[in-house]
Design a binder for this molecule. Structure first.
Ligand SMILES: CC(C)(COP(=O)(O)OP(=O)(O)OC[C@H]1O[C@@H](n2cnc3c(N)ncnc32)[C@H](O)[C@@H]1OP(=O)(O)O)[C@@H](O)C(=O)NCCC(=O)NCCS
Length: 121
């Protein structure tokens, strides 16, 4: 289930963000989480499975575009479709008509979007 990030989940969110290659440094991680908490165009969501948060997706919105800046899943839950499902659920929360990948998420998001189009079938 995709849920909006809440401040009391900050440490878990930072742990999930740290799986992204550009977020290994603590100072950078703190800046990133601060951006999600303070910039109204940046939206962070967590994937809740039973009582645990095992995934994260972060989006920057502008006009009708959702730009996926961050996506990560706890290693032990990878390969179960959580990443793809998070991408597919974003538009339930945000009024964007287009989903785009940032440089940092491009390989995985492009794969998801291609599959959605049915061109990878
Ligand atoms: C990328 C990530 C979020 C995928 O989550 P997931 O829940 O395992 O993804 P799904 O189960 O929905 O999809 C798995 C598919 O994505 C592919 N995949 C995984 N990581 C990928 C990547 N970085 N680029 C392209 N494809 C990727 C898998 O090979 C698999 O392909 P298949 O369905 O053809 O077998 C997860 O691997 C992760 O957290 N990686 C570390 C963080 C990161 O690097 N994020 C940016 C990725 S560009």
């Amino acid at each position: 289930m995709l849920v909006r990030f809440k401040k009391n989940g900050e440490k878990i969110a930072m742990g999930l963000l740290s799986f992204m290659p550009q977020e290994k440094n603590l100072k950078k991680l703190q800046e990133t989480i601060h951006t999600y908490e303070n910039n109204s165009n940046w939206h962070l969501f967590m994937w809740k499975k039973d009582e645990d948060f095992v995934g994260l997706i972060g989006i920057e919105t502008s006009d009708d575009v959702c730009l996926i800046q961050h996506i990560s899943v706890t290693p032990s839950y990878r390969g179960e479709g959580i990443g793809k499902e998070m991408v597919s659920k974003v538009q339930q929360f945000l009024p964007c008509t287009q989903i785009q990948a940032a440089e940092s998420t491009k390989p995985f998001i492009d794969k998801c979007l291609t599959m959605k189009d049915g061109t990878d079938a």
